[in-house]
Design a protein around this ligand. Sequence first.
Ligand SMILES: [Zn+2]
Length: 323
Amino acid sequence: MHVREGFHRIEIPTCLPIGEVNAYLFEGPPPTLIDTGPKTQEAYEALTKELRKLGLSIKDISRVLITHGHVDHHGLADVVRRDSRAEIIAPVGDAETVRNFREAYRHKRKATADTFLKTGVPPETLELVEGFFEYLATLSDATTISSTVRDGDVIDVGQCKLKAIHTPGHSPGSTCYRGPEGCLISGDTLIKDLVPVAAFGSAEGESIGLSDYMASVDKLERLGFTDVKPGHRAEFRDIPACTALIHSQFESRQSSIMEVLRNEPSTACDIIDRLYGMLPIQDIFPALTEVLGHLEILTAEGKVRCEDKGGLAYYSIARTGPV
Ligand SMILES: [Zn+2]
């Protein structure tokens, strides 16, 4: 889809619950692609077909800029590089994930399993989550990166200067770009009518990163963009509506979690049972990471305390009072 002169949105299928991913092409010079879609035949064909409509082929791409280290966004990057010798630029915080992809996913799978084990998740559910990680690991290759991008870096593309804005939370290195005429190329940090998950996306990469995500949302709000080109779904202009949805979900989840904990000490899985009952498998990972994200924040704020009981993490309201 033509966005404006020399700048196009390309929808690429992902075979993941999120649906299609948006890549963006700048004709340049140099011809630059932001994100690529996952490494599947279907995605490769869709990318090739859309480039052909613009009179281009994958061989013409000189540069691939990655918004973040998730397979639906960078999985095809090394295939494009091999076809075209394009340079690959990845956010510094996700560069290792993109570069040593298989190893990074093995590590992510283990870290997720270790964390989830303490939540009281049933073994068969954990097996399904691990199986999903194994599937994700097939959707990219290890990728040779030419350089990394940091907050504030400026990348020239033809007449346009793309400015990198580091927005951790969805992933440690998640990066948005200020694009042509002040638009925001938002990756998965802002998506219309959807609250993206913060899943081990803190800037240090060691925690769920929900507080980093909320800080990133505030940062983008302050920058006052009025035109967003997201990584999924349609473009949109009403940023206050998008961020209001994110804030209201945050507030309502936090108060529901506190409500559950006021009744009795609970594991993260107890909380999910109380809030949602049975969940379809594709919703368990986002629901668990969201609850864990809130528990992390509530614990850090001293409102909730965490206690290990037989290998499970039990959370309860922190009683404060005279000592
Ligand atoms: Zn995505």
